[in-house]
Write a protein that binds this ligand. Structure first.
Ligand code: FES
Length: 120
């Protein structure tokens, strides 16, 4: 009898194929935050597009809100897992491209990636 289960049995399949988190953090003290840069609109658009495309649900895509992800200087930001790809977006067409390319086809949108050095 094996004491160590095979990896496939030990690591369950991901509940979602992809998970995108949008920072919606708002600071009332005037400091920079994603909420000042259209984060809610980006989140709402992504959620609506994913739903309309039939991509939402277990085994598919989940669109979630998050608090500060500590990369505020690149805001508004969103991150897609399991690839751990960080995006910065400025308008609706950027969201459309993330949904169409990354969330639908698994193709990263390089032009919207957050440079690795940008943090808070
Ligand atoms: S406020 Fe959005 S990453 Fe910090």
């Amino acid at each position: 009898m094996d004491l160590i289960p095979p990896i496939a049995a030990a690591v369950p399949a991901s509940y979602y194929e992809r998970h995108i988190f949008f920072c919606l953090n708002e600071r009332k003290n005037g400091e920079n935050c994603c909420a000042q840069h259209g984060a809610q609109q980006g989140f709402d658009r992504c959620k609506a597009l994913v739903k309309a495309a039939g991509l939402a649900g277990p085994g598919k895509v989940r669109v979630n809100k998050s608090g500060c992800l500590d990369r505020c200087s690149a805001g508004p930001v969103a991150v897609v897992y399991p690839e751990a790809v960080w995006y910065s977006y400025v308008d609706a067409s950027d969201i459309d491209e993330i949904v169409e390319s990354h969330l639908k086809q698994g193709v990263v949108v390089d032009r919207l990636r957050v440079p690795p050095h940008l943090g808070r």
